[in-house]
Ligand binder design. Structure first.
Ligand code: HEC
Ligand code: HEC
Ligand code: HEC
Ligand code: HEC
Ligand code: HEC
Ligand code: HEC
Length: 498
């Protein structure tokens, strides 16, 4: 029993033992998180910060405590000249037995709770609350727009992060960087697009929307109001020829032609936002290649522009499936057609659009500014309307303020004109980036521009007396003064959304 002090291990001291216990706990939690993270269907970048950065630091620290304790013990023993011993546990002693089993029980319970807590924390970092609300200022615009989108029930990680070892590692890096950039305010306002590490569409969109199952046409009914005193209403009903992806479900043609199994479309954009596309290549399933080059550019089938060659996928058209920031024109047209704004108030369309398109620095300032603009307008120009129809004016003002709050985010410098929407051709080039009448092959075949290539108009005009024709009508511009200008000038050259 009376061994000399040196012969007893230096590790027998409370500091080292505590370090050891912590190391075991941390290792267990780490292992648990690692397995969870690795086998979960979609990796989680933010949890990765905890799993691969924070916990290991603690684990290393608690491992270091073990030799540190031993070193400390050695110095003390030298000074003291004797070994301070641990309490003696005797499993034959019923009191010791109880104490020992009790301790083991409590420890196990503690470990289980820790793991449960960790699991809940893990679930939380996958939630929309975490992505959209925790980092409130930065994500507020996307989170708000998302809640008003067709994908409001699809969680952020479903589109932004996906399964597979490759994405697992990549999302770890970008998640860590994102946390750093938010903490140190290094993020860009507005957040820059296109997002470089967005998951490929095959792994996100196509999990829910199976391209083979596209077929036929989708009807779109749009209501517009002109900027005149009467807010004259105009309706356009169109069949969007989305087309099909596989014969029994529909001909392999139409808008989703770019995406169906038979065709691969490649393009090179010369700008960051992918708005200038001078070079396009189509490869059909038979291997036939066709290169379309923008006339007047220096490129040809063999002389490619500098830049990344992208294979066209869902995101090249549907780049705003979930974060839709509406233009003042679009939002006010909608509000007028749903009755949230009253179309019988003179010049409401024009004035509401004007009020929304002003520059404001915050939502509060915008609320005051919009109110001032509209109240001022009616007070000055239509005092009788102002005095007799206060409630209608007030409702429209309130709607305009709500439109601002859901579509404009001055603190992140976000509004409709920051992120070009590539569907359509009304206020952004969209489809006309290629279907512009200038892209052609060497033997003179143009990318189609005929208005009926993508949609047929089946009804247009004053909603009470619209002409309807399922075979398709020639487009009539709602503002007759424009004449035939729309045939020569692209819509987005005149229409800016405000
Ligand atoms: C239906 C799929 C989908 C869902 C769900 C989704 N996003 Fe996105 N998100 C996208 C796409 C596609 C882009 C890329 C736009 C681009 O690159 O032009 C994007 C872009 C972004 C951007 C960059 C800025 C911008 O507006 O383009 C942020 C930030 C963002 N998403 C956050 C979120 C958050 C937070 C959620 C959950 C509340 C979420 N996203 C849910 C598809 C989605
Ligand atoms: C988790 C499933 C899911 C994923 C992933 C998903 N969507 Fe959807 N999407 C839906 C559902 C459900 C609807 C129908 C919503 C409705 O009818 O209101 C929808 C609707 C749409 C619509 C029609 C919108 C409209 O205005 O009616 C488009 C276009 C679309 N999604 C494109 C995409 C694109 C592009 C992606 C990939 C970035 C994507 N979706 C990812 C489930 C999903
Ligand atoms: C060439 C551009 C383009 C590409 C590429 C594209 N879409 Fe579309 N898609 C459209 C247009 C245009 C519509 C018509 C509706 C509209 O204007 O919003 C549409 C409609 C849809 C709809 C709603 C109508 C329906 O048939 O249910 C869904 C869902 C959709 N697309 C998903 C996808 C997915 C998923 C992909 C990738 C596999 C994809 N799209 C690729 C342009 C495109
Ligand atoms: C990157 C260039 C590019 C963009 C962007 C693009 N297209 Fe195309 N599209 C092509 C090419 C190339 C063809 C093949 C030439 C042709 O048939 O005119 C084509 C063909 C088509 C066709 C005919 C398919 C068939 O049945 O043969 C439709 C419809 C179409 N595009 C619709 C759209 C719509 C709608 C958009 C915008 C949402 C769009 N495209 C955007 C390059 C593009
Ligand atoms: C390459 C395909 C393509 C061609 C060619 C095309 N359009 Fe469109 N157009 C679209 C798509 C896609 C949309 C719908 C976008 C959306 O869902 O918001 C659209 C939307 C529209 C709208 C509704 C605008 C809005 O957003 O409110 C009108 C009107 C229209 N087109 C007229 C025309 C006319 C006129 C022509 C001929 C000069 C034409 N389009 C040629 C693809 C095309
Ligand atoms: C030369 C300029 C010019 C061109 C090109 C042009 N428009 Fe217009 N458009 C106007 C003007 C001006 C108005 C009247 C605006 C108002 O009263 O608010 C208008 C009004 C409209 C409206 C109704 C108002 C609203 O809510 O937006 C629609 C829809 C429209 N244009 C569609 C188109 C389409 C589609 C094209 C392309 C095929 C096109 N325009 C090309 C100048 C133009």
């Amino acid at each position: 029993m009376n061994e000399p002090p040196e012969q007893k291990s230096y590790f027998q001291n409370w500091v080292s033992v505590t370090g050891g216990i912590f190391s075991v706990f941390l290792f267990a939690v780490l292992l648990f998180l690692f397995i969870l993270d690795f086998w979960s269907k979609r990796g989680n970048p933010y949890l990765g910060v905890v799993t691969y950065l924070v916990l290991p630091v603690f684990l290393i620290a608690s491992l270091l405590v073990i030799p540190l304790g031993a070193w400390n013990e050695r110095t003390k023993r030298r000074k003291r000249g004797y070994v301070r011993r641990f309490p003696h546990i005797d499993f034959n002693n019923p009191a010791h037995q109880k104490l020992a089993f009790g301790t083991i029980g409590v420890c196990t319970l503690f470990l289980l709770f820790t793991m449960y807590g960790t699991y809940r924390a893990y679930e939380f970092t996958e939630s929309v609350t975490f992505c959209g609300e925790l980092c409130h200022q930065v994500m507020e615009p996307e989170h708000t727009a998302y809640q008003h989108s067709p994908h409001a029930r699809v969680s952020c990680v479903e589109c932004h992060i996906g399964p597979g070892a490759d994405w697992f590692v990549r999302s770890k890096f970008s998640g860590t960087y994102q946390i750093y950039s938010v903490l140190f305010k290094k993020f860009h306002r507005p957040i820059e697009t296109p997002i470089k590490n967005l998951r490929p569409a095959q792994e996100t969109c196509e999990q829910c929307h199976w391209p083979r199952q596209f077929f036929g046409a989708v009807e779109q009914d749009r209501q517009y109001f002109l900027s005149d005193e009467a807010n004259t209403q105009w309706q356009t009903k169109m069949l969007m020829l989305v087309g099909g992806g596989m014969p029994p479900y529909g001909e392999k043609e139409g808008i989703h032609w770019h995406m169906n199994i038979d065709n691969q479309v490649y393009y090179i954009a010369t700008d960051e936002k992918r708005q200038e596309i001078p070079w396009v290549k189509v490869v059909s399933s038979s291997g036939k290649e066709e290169v379309y080059v923008s006339e007047g550019s220096d490129f040809s089938a063999t002389e490619l522009p500098q830049g990344e060659m992208r294979r066209m996928d869902c995101m090249d058209c549907h780049n705003r499936p979930s974060h839709i920031f509406k233009s003042p024109q679009e939002a006010v047209n909608e509000a007028l057609s749903f009755g949230a704004m009253d179309p019988s108030l003179p010049y409401l369309k024009r004035e509401a659009v004007k009020a929304l398109a002003e520059e404001y620095e915050s939502h509060e300032q915008a609320s005051a500014g919009i109110r001032e603009h509209l109240e001022g307008f009616y007070l000055e120009n239509y005092p009788d309307v102002w005095s007799s129809r206060k409630a209608d004016v007030e409702k429209s003002i309130q709607t305009a303020i709500d439109i601002y709050k859901t579509n404009f985010f001055p603190q992140m410098k976000i509004s409709w004109n920051v992120y070009p929407d590539n569907i359509g051709h009304f206020i952004f080039p969209g489809c006309f980036r290629c279907h512009d009448g200038r892209h052609r092959t060497e033997d003179g075949k143009f990318v189609r521009t005929d208005c009926n290539t993508c949609h047929v108009i089946i009804a247009q005009g004053d909603p009470s007396l619209v002409e309807t024709n399922v075979d398709g009508l020639e487009f009539k511009h709602p503002e007759p003064q424009i004449g035939e200008a729309w045939k020569e000038t692209a819509c987005y050259d005149c229409h800016t959304g405000a």
